[in-house]
Design a protein around this ligand. Structure first.
Ligand SMILES: C[S@@+](CC[C@H](N)C(=O)[O-])C[C@H]1O[C@@H](n2cnc3c(N)ncnc32)[C@H](O)[C@@H]1O
Length: 351
């Protein structure tokens, strides 16, 4: 899309251009991960995060009666750090490794290259879209994937709904403009009443489309999707849009093409959506609970037994970042969506 002065575009188009424009899009031109980048994700904080995910996947596969062939799909694999550790962990479980057909769905060509170099495995297929998957059972992993998809924002003023747009007065001067919006017609189109008991809505058409495709793939065969993301469980939606650059919040409009734009997922909205798509079950917990139940502390004790004090301290310092309630432990939530007959609850059981 070419943007000219005085253009007025919807917020989701603005985010799409800012993050994925072929020339200047944030994810297209740079690898933003890590201490030297703009933000850091859990797999880049500690390898133990990815090890816990590997153990969870293997356990789920066992619960599915160890199918001889199945698809593991990582959605948006960033710099490939998580998949690198998954592949290394899987190699210690040969029966699982033989059965597992690993796929990555990645939009950024630059990040695909980085992933190929980081993971360095011939066993991975990069997908352009989910229709390329074969018919085997599917386990999807989405760590900070959905929060990177563009959203629309709708605001209720009095009794009338408005959709947020961005006006490009000039390259350097942009402003939000809210334009009256026919919510009733939109809800008929998407076959879902998003406005029920809401005054403010954040809705991602792309996320809805992905969830529809994914639930379609897992509805008959008891596969599932594990979503780990910035999320909240309140029923009332709120304005959570934010931009991050060099590990600090910045202005969404001013940093067009130069910052990561994200939002907090409403797990309540996702839950309602998937239950419209079919008879699915969902489990929700915090990242702290999930990783603790999977045994991240015990694993840290084992690997750090013979380490020097400073290295051992670093291992536990990194885990603290992942599970501390004031850091990622509560801000990040985990949601597991499956066929309603699913009995697998590892990481979510309340005992
Ligand atoms: C915030 S990053 C998270 C990366 C990684 N999962 C991690 O935790 O480090 C979002 C990732 O999703 C990718 N992505 C965003 N939209 C996508 C889409 N529609 N299809 C495939 N990948 C997408 C981005 O390029 C990036 O790799």
């Amino acid at each position: 899309m070419k943007i000219k002065n005085d253009d007025l575009i919807t917020l989701d188009n603005f985010i799409e251009e800012s993050l994925y424009n072929e020339k200047f899009g944030y994810y297209i031109k740079k690898d933003p991960f890590g201490a030297k980048g703009d933000f850091i994700t859990a797999p880049n904080i500690s390898v133990l995060f990815s090890e816990m995910i590997a153990i969870w996947v293997i356990s789920f596969w066992e619960k599915l009666n160890c199918p001889e062939k199945f698809n593991l799909i990582e959605l948006g694999a960033g710099n490939g750090e998580m998949m690198k550790i998954l592949v290394a962990t899987f190699s210690k479980f040969p029966k699982f490794e033989d059965a597992c057909n690993i796929n990555i769905l990645e939009k950024s060509k630059l990040l695909r290259k980085t992933q190929k170099a980081t993971i360095n495995s011939k066993k991975i297929t990069w997908l352009n879209n989910l229709n390329e998957l074969n018919n085997s059972q599917c386990i999807f992993l989405a760590n900070e994937f959905f929060d990177a998809l563009p959203i629309k924002q709708f605001i209720k003023k009095g009794k009338k709904w408005h959709e947020r747009h961005v006006k490009f007065k000039s390259k350097a001067n942009k402003e939000y403009v809210d334009i009256p919006f026919n919510m009733e017609r939109f809800e008929k189109e998407i076959k879902f009443k998003i406005s029920h008991k809401q005054k403010f809505i954040e809705y991602s058409p792309q996320a809805a489309e992905y969830l529809k495709n994914i639930t379609n793939k897992i509805k008959n065969d008891k596969g599932g999707i594990l979503i780990i993301d910035y999320a909240y469980t309140d029923k009332e939606m709120k304005n959570t849009l934010q931009a991050v650059s060099k590990h600090k919040y910045c202005n969404v409009l001013e940093s067009f093409g130069n910052s990561d734009i994200t939002y907090n997922l409403s797990f309540d909205l996702i839950d309602k959506m998937i239950k419209k798509f079919g008879t699915f079950a969902s489990l929700i917990t915090t990242q702290k609970q999930f990783l603790t139940k999977l045994g991240i502390m015990e694993r840290a004790e084992i690997i750090s037994k013979n380490m020097q004090f400073s290295t051992k301290a670093d291992v536990f310092f990194r885990i603290k970042r992942l599970i501390d309630e004031k850091q990622m432990g509560h801000l990040f939530k985990v949601m597991f969506i499956t066929n309603h007959k699913n009995k697998f609850k590892l990481g979510f059981n309340s005992d």
